[in-house]
Design a protein around this ligand. Structure first.
Ligand SMILES: *Cc1c(COP(=O)(O)O)cnc(C)c1O
Length: 361
């Protein structure tokens, strides 16, 4: 990593691979002989058409997305999907929501504007430190879909199993874990992700949706939110988020160069293990999430003393380990270690934590 850059543990927007930033810089003024920046070109131009097509093809190949799924490049963030999902999929007004943190809670709340979502589980009193087990969940057989948040960015938990919803489509918010691990897309009816954590700069939302689920949107849905319209127009009903899509393509190329998602998952598991192994042996730091629900991407922990937490965050920043403050709803610290966080960044953080523990015991 360049010497003037820091290890940025921000939950999002977050680090991008340095190789991607350098490539974007090199291509900034004159993309591929076009004489212009990608930011300046028409989304209808031939050169841009290649960029978006290549991005989709790479995503399909890396995630093994079957032919009967559409890939949509949208705007409005994951938060707009909290409304788009019910507007497109909630045909009978019934859907099951499993609330495992703040974002899934917001999703359920938004769905309430359009129907009667059923909150199957909400472990708020446990400060969302775990994902419920399948046997704790009673799903409705007649729901239009079941909504989950696959990785809870704020609380640092992750669904470490795929919920079996039978014939009811499973809808997953994967904003903070997409591309971090191998997934079986066929287990999901719809996957959505705000791109600013693991894919691209902010401004792009990716939706992967099974074809048979689209085309039944409410009549009063805003046109740009209608998956069928966006699919028919190859995400170009209106101007898409052109530059983030281009950078997304570069990120996907970077993942290919590493050896694909399987290889990346190995690295991510090793990175997370460095932190969790230390947290489990530490006498100062306490991990927030239960062992069987831990996230590979967002590692939450605290000392139990707010002043000491604040001191930790401040001293870490002085060492070039920045944005470690936890979300206000959990407190403590959060290290977001997305794909682009180098192993060295995590090693440096763990070394800093050991040193801090020795000095503050
Ligand atoms: C960041 C995040 C969101 C919100 O994304 P926006 O793009 O800001 O709307 C939603 N869900 C999860 C899991 C997130 O991590």
């Amino acid at each position: 990593m360049s010497e003037n850059r820091v290890y940025n543990f921000s939950a999002g927007p977050s680090m991008l691979p340095e190789a991607v930033l350098c490539r974007a810089r090199d291509e900034m003024l004159n993309y591929n002989g076009s004489g212009m920046s990608v930011m300046e070109m028409s989304h209808r131009s031939k050169v841009y058409d290649e960029i978006i097509k290549k991005c989709e093809a790479k995503l399909r190949s890396l995630l093994n997305i079957p032919e009967n799924y559409k890939v949509l490049f949208l705007q409005g963030g994951a938060s707009l999907q909290f409304a788009s999902v019910p507007l497109n999929l909630m045909k009978t007004g019934k859907a099951d929501y499993i609330v495992t943190g703040q974002f899934s809670g917001k999703a359920a709340k938004e769905a309430k504007k359009y129907g009667t979502p059923n909150v199957v589980s909400d472990l708020k009193e446990e400060v969302y430190k775990r994902i419920p087990k399948a046997e704790e969940l009673t799903l409705s057989p007649d729901a239009d879909y079941v909504h989950i948040c696959a990785n809870n960015t704020i609380f640092g938990t992750h669904w470490n199993y795929v919920l079996d919803t039978g014939n009811v489509p499973l809808v997953a918010d994967m904003s903070s874990c997409i591309l971090s691990e191998e997934i079986d897309v066929t287990k999901y009816g719809l996957i959505y992700a705000g791109a600013q954590k693991n894919m691209a700069p902010a401004g792009l939302t990716v939706v992967i949706v099974r074809e048979d689920l689209i085309g039944n949107a409410r009549a009063d849905i805003p046109t740009v939110m209608d998956y069928a319209v966006m699919a028919e127009n190859d995400s170009m009903y209106n101007t898409p988020s052109t530059y983030p899509i281009y950078v997304c393509g570069l990120v996907l190329e970077w993942i290919e160069s590493i050896g694909g998602i399987a290889e990346l998952e190995k690295i991510n598991r090793a990175k997370a293990a460095l932190l969790y192994d230390y947290l489990d042996e530490s006498e100062l730091f306490i991990a927030h999430a239960d062992r069987d629900s831990r996230s590979l991407m967002n590692v939450t922990f605290r000392t139990g003393n707010e002043e000491l937490d604040a001191k930790f965050v401040k001293e870490a920043a002085a060492e070039g380990l920045v944005s470690l403050k936890g979300h206000r709803s959990v407190g403590g610290m959060r290290a977001s270690i997305y794909n682009a966080m180098p192993v060295e960044g995590v090693e440096k953080l763990v070394a800093f934590m050991r040193d801090f523990e020795a000095k503050n015991k």
